[in-house]
Design a binder for this molecule. Structure first.
Ligand code: NG1
Ligand code: ZN
Length: 555
């Protein structure tokens, strides 16, 4: 009864916006910030119920990532740091859609009954983070009230964070007591030092010669990532690598405007603040909440960048891990009587450049496609001993299975006890263990991903150009088409085929067949009210033209 009246009275303060129907899409709820107070309040209720149900710490992140500064959004992190379990999404939608406080109460009561959620006064926590958007503080208040309207749930304001920081903190809170933002930064800098040590000092043939004064310039998208990187840089105190941060937000630029990983990857243009002074230097770009990372170089002759996207980061990681595993296996000889063969899985979406998929398959790796959305990629990657997933836009990470890590650990100690000095095999085991500590296991993380890229480039002795030449991207083009109802398009086979409306796929096939190396697909966006078109072909003109003609089919 106390629960009913508490919920009713707070819900009355957050009527849903008129005429807008929000749904929990690929990345939570997203909209113009002025429409979101009610939705974020309700997402607070959702997070609180999830915490009661799982009896664990849950996260709520207020961000609209790479979208414009006037937008905002909200997404929930599960106890493991993964995205909210998909079977709760329909509940999120009905909560957001409930037209009145009474109806909201009914939706909650019904769902709580179904899920056997007990309001027994046991205390659970929801960590609430936000990015640097000006609408953040007001939405934070809404979230806190939502969480507070469920008896037993407590909102903990963890301040301005990157999305991956919040996911990491949620995961860490449920596993240990060291779960603060400081612990995150400590873990990153400590494990980067470990990785550098393992990769440099344990380099094949071991030498100092790979160390040279090296520079990286980072575009912080005028968002939270740039600021956190500046803090991390202080903690890292690097000697062999100079990191410069532009667009950190401290200089007053607008979030994601002409800057950031999304802009750089989609427009392939030099971001604001970068120019001739950066020609030939390794550059990287984060998105507005720092869960995406791409690299690029600035050419001297035009404002079109040379892009090194998520597919190439994935390829770099894959090459490195495969190398280490083959060292482990080769040298193993008699000693792998345990016969354990770790399975590597590479997970991509249909947006992965076709050249990357070919390259990875040529390396003999198992490559699978999932629909767009981190939750699908992440889930697939958990099915391997080493699952490496990336979206072309730069969101991705590496997942190591618990059994594999145990095996590595055991291998490592076994080898150190038998070998005189340090064998190649043991070095490989140490390197992989170090990598597993650096990379964020919860979600794609631009900061930890960047440190790993830097360490591997040093280890391989590669410039960004050498890295970029692993394969050559096929020219591609992305378009979006505004439609009355994007849900009219239904796809199958990891979004590579349209099943509804009938006839469209045949028309796409007929267009695509006209272009050498042509590949094209359409899908409804999960975050915007549009149909996206992607086309690839052997020349840029051909890719553009294929995308345009297919866009006309959709219109
Ligand atoms: P949608 O709007 O569903 O295409 C976009 C990105 C996804 C993912 C989400 C979440 C593209 C083509 N799509 O999803 O990869 O990052 O946003 O941020 O980049
Ligand atoms: Zn993002």
């Amino acid at each position: 009864e106390a629960q009913r009246s508490l919920l009713l009275s707070s819900a009355a303060r957050f009527p849903p916006p008129e005429g807008a129907r929000l749904s929990y899409g690929t990345a939570g709820f997203r909209a113009d910030a002025s429409l979101l107070r009610s939705t974020v309040f309700r997402a607070g209720i959702l997070a609180a119920l999830r915490a009661l149900k799982t009896r664990s710490v849950i996260g709520l992140m207020i961000t609209a990532s790479h979208n414009k500064v006037s937008d905002n959004g909200v997404k929930i992190s599960d106890p493991s740091g993964e995205m909210l379990s998909q079977d709760w999404e329909p509940f999120a939608d009905s909560l957001a859609a409930a037209p009145t406080a009474d109806r909201l109460l009914e939706v909650v009561a019904e769902f709580a009954g179904l899920q056997r959620i007990e309001f027994d006064g046991g205390k659970v926590e929801v960590l609430v983070g936000r990015d640097t958007r000006p609408s953040g503080p007001s939405l934070l208040e809404a979230a806190k009230l939502g969480i507070g309207s469920i008896i037993g749930a407590v909102a903990v304001d963890v301040g301005i964070l990157t999305t991956p920081q919040l996911h990491w903190m949620v995961r860490a809170s449920n596993r240990s007591t060291q779960a603060s933002e400081f612990d995150y930064l400590e873990q990153l800098s400590r494990s980067f030092r470990l990785v550098s040590w393992c990769l440099m000092d344990l380099i094949p043939g071991g030498s100092e010669s790979n160390k040279k004064n090296d520079k990286l310039v980072v575009d912080g998208a005028n968002g939270v990532g740039g600021e956190k990187l500046l803090v991390l840089k202080e903690m890292l105190n690097l000697k062999d690598l100079e990191i410069e941060v532009w667009n950190s937000g401290r200089e007053g630029g607008v979030l994601n405007e002409g800057v950031g990983a999304d802009f750089v990857q989609k427009e392939k243009v030099v971001p604001s603040g970068f120019g001739l002074q950066d020609v030939g230097i390794r550059c990287a770009s984060l998105d507005g909440d720092a869960d995406r990372l791409v690299y690029f170089t600035v050419p001297s002759y035009s404002n079109k960048i040379e892009l090194v996207d998520g597919d190439k980061i994935l390829s770099l990681f894959a090459v490195f891990i495969k190398e280490q595993l083959s060292i482990l296996n080769k040298e193993a000889g008699a000693s792998t009587e345990d016969g354990y063969q770790p399975r590597i899985g590479i997970v991509q979406t249909a947006y992965a450049n076709g050249a990357s998929t070919d390259y990875l398959k040529q390396l003999g790796l198992e490559v699978v496609l999932t629909p767009t959305g981190v939750k699908y990629l992440h889930h697939k990657a958990t099915q391997y001993d080493i699952g490496i997933y990336f979206e072309a836009n730069g969101h991705g990470t590496i997942l190591f299975s618990e059994p594999f890590l145990h095996w590595l650990d055991a291998k490592n100690s076994e080898l150190s006890s038998v070998a005189e000095g340090c064998s190649e095999q043991q070095k490989a085991a140490s390197r992989l263990l170090a990598v597993s500590k650096l990379i964020n296991p919860a979600v794609g993380d631009a900061l930890s991903g960047m440190l790993l890229v830097e360490a591997i480039l040093q280890y391989e002795g590669w410039s960004i150009h050498r890295w970029s030449q692993l394969y050559h991207d096929l020219p591609s083009k992305q378009l979006k088409v505004k439609v009355a109802d994007r849900t009219a398009v239904v796809t199958a086979n990891a979004e590579t085929e349209v099943v509804k409306p009938p006839g469209i796929q045949e028309a796409i096939n007929a267009e695509t067949a006209k272009y050498p190396k042509g590949r094209c697909f359409i899908r409804p966006s999960g975050t915007e009210d549009v149909i996206r078109v992607y086309a690839e072909a052997s020349t840029q003109d051909a890719a553009d033209s294929l995308a345009n003609s297919v866009a006309q089919l959709v219109d």
